[in-house]
Design a protein around this ligand. Structure first.
Ligand code: SF4
Length: 345
């Protein structure tokens, strides 16, 4: 049975093959999970995968190491937790990211938008990676993220963005319709937006090193949320988790709560042996680099695809034939200056 589908992001209904088995991606509604849902995912990873879960750059969770035999029971468990879509098309379209600090009104707007996207058959022809985001003008943190259509809730309406361009402001009641219209190429008539919302720098919350969680870490986060009386665990694309309540105890789970931790400045894709495209163990080497100390930002990429980071880093190390190609101030696609062995890092 072959699951790889070129040009598609993996989902829970449409998993993708990887070096360590099938990847099953769960897209939490409004980029948030109840503690019970977080526990269901952790349990699914433990029982039906290899226990490892990735927090992605679209604030989704990917269960790794699932086999064709364990896929169906995993999907049933996700369905019981309210985490499975009715079909793969709806799942793929529901690519809506919501700011982790969005308040109730912005979350309600995001829910309305997501429901409308899933219900709108006219959107089925959208490109697979068509991305939406919703944030709250009171503390917007997602606005530097890529999106095709973005909505930001303000006091006097909803600011609307297409690609990188802010187009104007619309009444709250018209925001969903406006966003859907933009997706199919309809230019809306909007009131002018004099001051576009500014993206804020978020606190680290509970940062997940390289976006890789173990099932028991996720259970621990669910415990913290319940102890704090937080109804949600919110997910952020900079690979952090947030709850309403104290988060310092997450350090005991192996998560990063210190904003000065050097690992926060390193991006590293799974690399070898998890990904077949890599000949280097990127995350092992990233931890060694963090222990030695370094300045600026670093991106270790198992190959030139650069899955872990789309923007430039001060130092980029790209895997090639068991060595690292070195790029300064760039991305893995840029020309390599020289190569070195992992031991020479
Ligand atoms: S960057 Fe290359 S090696 Fe790393 S996860 Fe992506 S495809 Fe695999």
């Amino acid at each position: 049975m072959t699951f790889a589908v070129k040009g598609w992001c993996p989902g829970a209904l449409r998993p993708m093959e990887s070096g360590d088995g099938l990847i099953v991606r769960v897209r939490p509604w409004n980029s948030a999970l109840t503690p019970a849902q977080a526990r269901a995912i952790a349990d699914g990873a433990r029982r039906h995968g290899n226990g490892l879960i990735d927090l992605t750059r679209r604030a989704n969770l990917q269960l790794r190491g699932v086999s064709p035999a364990t896929l169906a029971p995993l999907q049933e468990a996700l369905d019981r937790a309210g985490l499975l879509d009715r079909d793969p098309e709806a799942e793929a379209l529901r690519n809506v990211m919501v700011g982790p600090f969005a308040g109730t009104a912005a979350r309600t707007l995001a829910t309305r938008l997501t429901e409308a996207i899933v219900a709108n058959t006219g959107l089925k022809g959208l490109p697979p990676k068509f991305a939406w985001l919703v944030d709250d003008g009171a503390f917007p943190t997602l606005l530097d993220q890529r999106s095709d259509v973005a909505l930001c809730l303000l006091a006097d309406g909803v600011a609307v963005r297409a690609g990188r361009s802010w187009l104007g402001i619309v009444d709250r009641s018209q925001a969903v319709e406006t966003a859907l219209g933009l997706a199919i190429g309809r230019r809306p008539a909007l009131a002018p937006l004099t001051v576009p919302p500014d993206c804020r720098r978020p606190p680290p919350g509970m940062a997940v090193p390289f976006g890789r969680l173990t099932w028991d870490q996720l259970c621990g986060v669910a415990d913290l949320a319940e102890t704090a009386g937080s109804s949600e665990v919110r997910l952020a694309p900079w690979r952090s988790l947030y709850i309403d309540g104290p988060m310092a105890d997450a350090a005991a789970l192996g998560l990063i709560v210190d904003p000065d931790d050097p690992l926060l400045r390193i991006d590293a894709c799974p690399g070898a042996p998890a990904c077949r495209s890599s000949t280097v163990d990127t995350r092992r080497d990233a931890r060694r680099l963090a222990d030695k100390g370094f300045a600026g930002t670093v991106h270790l990429s198992g190959c030139a695809k650069g899955c872990a980071r789309s923007t430039a880093a001060d130092l980029v190390l790209v895997g090639m034939d068991g060595r690292y190609g070195v790029v300064r101030n760039g991305t893995p696609h840029d020309p390599v200056l020289y190569t070195m062995t992992p031991d020479e890092l």
